[in-house]
Design a protein around this ligand. Structure first.
Ligand code: SAH
Length: 187
């Protein structure tokens, strides 16, 4: 019954994105979200995908090539801390984050609190009005709870200060330590 946070993220993004849009996958991982975004925006669109792990970039490239969707995706083997510089302000229809570690990859390479918070704030500025940002947060690994808490608190502070206008929806984990979805909708 309970919709999985990754499925919910896809549903939310699908509603906000049109063919031809510019979108960002901030944590490419195995490339599932990157391909999902590439199919949504189509050839006339553009996807920027980031991952600091070479194995993740490789897996993502292979997945895109298998689907014939690589030509409108830019893969960056660098931190999502470069998101705003690469995407520019106010131009992006959707930003997707999937935090934590890459299943099957190096569990030592996890997203980390400072960089995730920085990149989420950049995502806020990169979004255009009507754009959405989805963040799937994981709390089952060391540092995960702290990271998720900091990301949510950071967004709440910015919303309350009112520098950027957006709606914030923080999902409930289905059970203790289960992942949950955070959705930002820019006004
Ligand atoms: N936990 C999810 C998958 C997350 S994958 C699941 O269970 O399905 C998270 C990805 O973020 C990893 O591939 C990792 O290499 C990447 N990552 C870590 N730090 C990053 C950073 N600063 N910038 C971009 N990607 C990063």
């Amino acid at each position: 019954m309970n919709e999985r946070p990754t499925a919910a993220a896809h549903r939310v993004v699908k509603e906000a994105v049109r063919a031809g849009d510019l979108v960002v996958d901030a944590t490419a991982g195995n490339g599932h979200d990157t391909l999902f975004l590439a199919e949504l925006v189509g050839k006339s669109g553009r996807v920027l995908a980031f991952d600091v792990q070479q194995a993740a970039i490789r897996a993502t490239r292979e997945r895109l090539e298998a689907a014939g969707a690589e030509s409108w995706v830019d893969l960056y083997e660098e931190s999502h801390g470069m998101l705003l510089e690469r995407a520019g302000r106010g131009a992006v229809a959707a930003v997707m984050f999937n935090l934590g570690y890459l299943p099957g990859g190096d569990h030592e390479v996890i997203t980390e609190v400072g960089e995730s918070c920085k990149a989420v704030v950049q995502g806020l500025f990169a979004l255009k009005p009507g754009g959405v940002m989805t963040i799937v947060c994981y709390t089952g690994h060391p540092g995960g709870e702290e990271e998720a808490g900091a990301v949510v608190m950071g967004l709440e502070e910015i919303r309350d200060v009112g520098t950027v206008e957006f709606d914030l929806e923080v999902g409930e984990p289905a059970k203790e330590k289960a992942p949950f979805l955070v959705v930002v909708r820019k006004g």
